[in-house]
Design a protein around this ligand. Sequence first.
Ligand code: SF4
Ligand code: SF4
Length: 82
Amino acid sequence: MPPVIDKEKCIGCGLCVEICPCEVFDIDHAPKTVPVVLYPRECWHCNACVLDCPRKAVDLRFPLHYMITTTDAAALNHKAGD
Ligand code: SF4
Ligand code: SF4
């Protein structure tokens, strides 16, 4: 899944547009404009937009296949108390 921007939190600073290495976002350069997720399939899930957003307005929804192939089973067992 692509990044999702919470329009209530976003202040339209444009930082996510600038830092995204895949140019997933586009923004109208009018002040305080919420970016648009223009190319969702280009997202690498690098998490940069989530980490750098000053308002914590970006949420990443990881695809199921990504979660399955990158989840550490040992860590899950540890959390479960095994
Ligand atoms: S970095 Fe955050 S606050 Fe700034 S435009 Fe992107 S989503 Fe909005
Ligand atoms: S997770 Fe990375 S690649 Fe995906 S939209 Fe955010 S900055 Fe761009």
